[in-house]
Design a protein around this ligand. Structure first.
Ligand SMILES: [Zn+2]
Length: 313
């Protein structure tokens, strides 16, 4: 209970880029977040959801050049060879979360590279370069995300929590040596550029105690929610309590032995204009940053549409 109170106190309004809805963080831990959106409608929340999936850019590895290398001891030229085809290695590298909080340009908008042909593009303003060189060992040597060595600013190294992502495994005589370039892109072009996962939203609900006598069936089961959790007016508004209430109600639903007696003793009502949006970040950005970026992108697009309309009408 104390924890719930603290979460409510810590809930703060944050920058949503000027789209017409109020937002408040309900919970935020590691990479997952739940946000309460008020004064809005289903279509707007869904537009925000789709903007996060498809139009909020992040960095991901896009081009890989497998190279030959020589060791100083024996002077032998090694060529990248391993159990996985290059395409699979490239795909696995693309899915590693690349730190994306930095200010990068899309390559086609980069002040240095915009005028070049696509294959020539790439500079510190629009790409991060990683180098990886690993030789196989008799017992097998797993090539991990930690083997990607960033060339340039170390803040773009693969974060510790993702270091253990395995790319491939090499045995004696096998080797891998490549330069990988991460660039900014959109989820609509490839899922490797999608910053959110498991994103969903639903209407916020209040629980209403309609029939105190029939509700006794539920209290008798000794579950998490008690009668005193309802306010004097017979309503429950606290988000985490209502979440728990939904779980408890499954014990007295129509398909249970108690269904007939319990009936509609407690019901759930949608709160008009309020929605709960929840998602996880893929680890490349803070979930709050993704929300802020998506709100700005969506609001800029809406402003463009209104400007166009004004011109036309
Ligand atoms: Zn550039």
């Amino acid at each position: 209970m104390a924890q719930r109170k603290r979460a409510a106190e810590e809930a703060e309004e944050f920058d949503n880029g000027g789209i017409e809805m109020n937002s408040e963080i309900i919970t935020e831990e590691n990479h997952s977040i739940r946000i309460l959106l008020k004064d809005t409608d289903r279509a707007s929340v869904n537009a925000l959801r789709r903007t996060m999936i498809a139009d909020t850019p992040k960095m991901a590895i896009h081009r890989i050049r497998f190279t030959q290398s020589t060791t100083e001891e024996d002077g032998v030229i090694w060529e990248s060879v391993g159990p996985l085809p290059d395409e699979i290695v490239a795909h696995r590298l693309a899915m590693i979360p690349i730190p994306s909080e930095g200010e990068f340009y899309m390559p086609e908008e980069c002040p240095n590279c915009a005028d070049m042909v696509e294959s020539q593009r790439g500079c510190p303003l629009c790409e991060i370069i990683y180098r990886c060189m690993v030789r196989g060992e008799p017992e097998g040597r797993a090539v991990k995300a930690r083997d990607l060595e960033v060339l340039g600013d170390l803040k773009f190294s693969i974060p510790t929590e993702f270091e253990d992502i395995t790319v491939t495994k090499l045995y004696t005589g096998q080797t891998i040596d490549f330069i990988a370039r991460a660039i900014k892109g959109h989820g609509r072009d490839h899922v490797k550029w999608q910053p959110v996962v498991g994103i969903t939203f639903y209407a916020r609900q209040h629980a209403v105690l309609n029939d105190k006598k029939a509700a006794k069936v539920l209290w008798g089961l000794g579950l998490a929610i008690k009668e005193k959790d309802f306010g004097k007016n017979g309503r429950m508004e606290d988000i985490s309590l209502v979440d728990q209430m939904k779980k408890d109600l499954l014990h007295v639903g129509p398909s249970t032995d108690y269904g007939r007696d319990f009936a509609d003793a407690i019901t759930l009502e949608d709160v008009p204009g309020e929605f709960i949006l929840q998602y996880e970040s893929d680890g490349s950005m803070n979930p709050r940053t993704i929300f802020e970026h998506a709100s700005q992108i969506l609001s800029a697009r809406l402003n463009n549409i209104s400007a166009d309309l004004e011109e036309v009408l």
